[in-house]
Design a binder for this molecule. Sequence first.
Ligand SMILES: *Cc1c(COP(=O)(O)O)cnc(C)c1O
Length: 390
Amino acid sequence: MSRTEPSRRLQAIPPYMFAELARRVAEKRAAGVDVISLGVGDPDRPTYPHIVTALNEAVAEPATHKYPSHRGRPEFREAVARFYRRRFGVEIDPEREVMPAIGAKECIYNLCFAFLDPGDVALSSDPGYPVYTGGPLLAGAGVEPLPLLPELGFSPDLDAIDPAALDRSRLMFINYPNNPTGAVVPEGFFERVVALALDHDLLVVHDNAYSEITFDGYVAPSFLATPGAREVGVEVFSLSKGFNMTGWRCAAILGNADAIDTYWRLKTNVDSGLFEAVQLAGAAALDGPVGPLEEMNAIYARRRDLVVSTLAEIGVEVSPPRGTIYIWAPVPDGYTSAGFAELVLEEAAVVVSPGSMYGAGGEGFFRISLTTPDDRLSEALERMRERLGG
Ligand SMILES: *Cc1c(COP(=O)(O)O)cnc(C)c1O
């Protein structure tokens, strides 16, 4: 074996589906083509000013410069608890039922190492955020995909899970409002998940990355508001998307106190906690005004409507999503996800994400992100209408 051979666990991660497309994009840009990417889900607007001010103040305070505790500053834990009470009607004990995470990605990955052994299985939404599959594989465990079915509002059929896989399952990853499908949680789904978790000793991980990005009056619930959820699960709440804070790495895990203890125990071996100045800025975000979030949602809603109407003009029908920063659309007849993404790149010099990037269950779809500035988004849609239209 060569000196630099990756571990078998790393080699088990499916090759980055986007690699070929990324290579073509780089080629085009090198040749002087103005490629517009609608691929990445990363808010284009800056973090809200009151949060930046709070960071500036916190970072000037030398007490924040030391190693943080893994448990986090009381100010952060209490702000998360206040936010959960106000926003979701969920009572959280700031001592035992919440701690900071260095982004949801870190948290999801480390939960795999905290709870999975070789031979265990994670039940992972498919299509889904790639760490739901990469995390378990890197931890030496297996993945049982849970296909998200359009006819069930992009939720999995819990009765269809292979019983043998269910027996070996320890974790279950779900996410609503959902990336990449834009779906909101179907009526009764969280309740059915709690029942399944009680029957099969599963720890449910609800990835709450988009609850603050919703439209048309829809208000997204917390999984933890479901009766029994705290017994069987945790919720990972990220400030990244809702507060335009992707670069800050600020999130929290909430819910089952024993699960959070185990996550804490793992993290004491892995990292040294979340920078305290970021925790204080995160607290300011959660305690801060909702006006900026509402303005941001109005911008996303306007972009959403523009994308949906343009897609209709090129023969792609989608109903406007009630949450997230994504439009999830079926590819036209005769195309694979990758094939259609290539066509859009070749014809319009626009990047859309092939649905298959998010798992086998995403084949047949493509994703457009709403995080491109208005003028560039309009230009991209204009090109798609001209070059792909009737
Ligand atoms: C963007 C995203 C994340 C990453 O959140 P961070 O807190 O920035 O790590 C996690 N889950 C989903 C579903 C996402 O879309």
